[in-house]
Design a binder for this molecule. Structure first.
Ligand SMILES: [Zn+2]
Ligand SMILES: [Zn+2]
Length: 350
């Protein structure tokens, strides 16, 4: 075992605070990583505040991890000391079920092991995430970060990026397809960049006039103010695919009506209250209302390689670890363009 420093929540009503803990020494198939940056995901905040009811304390969140390999086990073949690597939302899965065998570890029949707040099958207890100085991960769940990418701005690709990439690929966004992204936040802004690079005709929906120019800058062919009924109507029954990244309560039927025959609306944002889908919104035009959860490991590597080739990263705002509570408060107000990333060098400065 070796000692790590990080930040943890001790309980749902406590702010994150400095925390010292032990990690396992790397086993034969493990990769030890010095964490350089970690993105701040909305799931981190939900989990530390106990809002999903399943939080194990102390909780060290963080699943948009990038860093450098400091040691590898004897059976590790794909990674060497010094490599630039990433870790996303998963650090293990059963690897034997039908989903795992298809490379869909996020849908593991036996439940994947979350990077934090998951059952730690190797060390006991629960897993600690990326708001920390280091992490030890099974080689099969470690990703290669293309050298061409800015390391800090690549961190959000590990959750926000793959969450949008997976549905865009599964429902075949590309040339000749009309694709909509709903909401320009951490998830949505990655959707705009990725769908544009995939060659789709991309329409961004936003409620905020102030985001129109940004939407166009990030790659949207059109930006529609969803509060403008006439602008919405102009797109009736025209979309092959809409990916909805909004986590607040909203009228899903307004978007289903824009999907053409046999098209799909995929939900990736997770509003607290159930969305009211009118039966006729899907009966009419044989539409599908679907969901999608992050992405598998092979698919995540595919996304990272695509981003490397196309120069795609997240728009980020860097913070020191000590400012995390301030960042959470701003994230709740959507006051970030478009992802906070923690500079782990700040752990040493403290
Ligand atoms: Zn996340
Ligand atoms: Zn499995």
């Amino acid at each position: 075992m070796f000692t790590c420093t990080g930040y943890a929540a001790g309980a749902a009503d406590q702010p994150l605070a400095p925390f010292t803990f032990q990690r396992r020494d790397p086993g034969p198939t493990d990769v030890a990583i010095e964490i350089v940056y970690c993105g701040v995901c909305h799931s981190d905040l939900h989990t530390v505040r106990g809002e999903w009811g399943n939080t194990l304390y102390p909780c060290v969140p963080g699943h948009e991890i990038v860093g450098r390999v400091t040691a590898v086990g004897g059976a590790v073949t794909r990674f060497s000391v010094g490599d630039t690597v990433g870790v996303g939302c998963m650090v293990d899965s059963c690897r034997t079920c039908a989903s795992c065998r298809e490379g869909l570890e996020q849908y593991c029949d036996n439940g994947f092991v979350g990077t934090y707040n998951g059952p730690d099958r190797k060390s006991g207890g629960h897993t600690f995430g990326g708001y920390a100085s280091a992490i030890v991960v099974e080689q099969d769940f470690v990703l290669k970060i293309p050298k061409s990418l800015d390391l800090a701005a690549a961190a959000p690709l590990l959750c926000a990026g793959i969450t949008l990439w997976s549905p865009l690929r599964h429902w075949k966004a590309g040339p000749g397809k009309k694709v909509g992204i709903v909401g320009l936040g951490g998830l949505g802004h990655m959707g705009v960049k990725l769908a544009h690079a995939l060659g789709a005709h991309l329409v961004l929906f936003t409620t905020s006039k102030s985001k129109v120019a940004d939407g166009e800058r990030l790659g949207a062919d059109e930006v529609v103010l969803s509060t403008d009924p006439e602008a919405m109507k102009a797109h009736t029954e025209s979309f092959d695919l809409i990916v909805d990244a909004v986590a607040a309560d909203h009228d899903i039927n307004a978007y289903l009506g824009l999907v053409k025959r046999d098209g799909t609306l995929v939900q990736v944002g997770a509003p607290e209250k159930p969305l009211a889908v009118a039966a006729f919104s899907v009966i009419w035009k044989r539409r599908s209302f679907a969901g999608s959860l992050i992405g598998g490991i092979a698919e995540t590597q595919e996304m990272l390689d695509f981003c490397g080739a196309h120069g795609i990263t997240s728009d980020i705002e860097m913070i020191p670890m000590q400012k995390i509570e301030e960042a959470y408060a701003r994230m709740l107000k959507s006051d970030v363009k478009y992802r906070f990333v923690i500079d782990m060098a700040s752990l040493k400065a403290a």
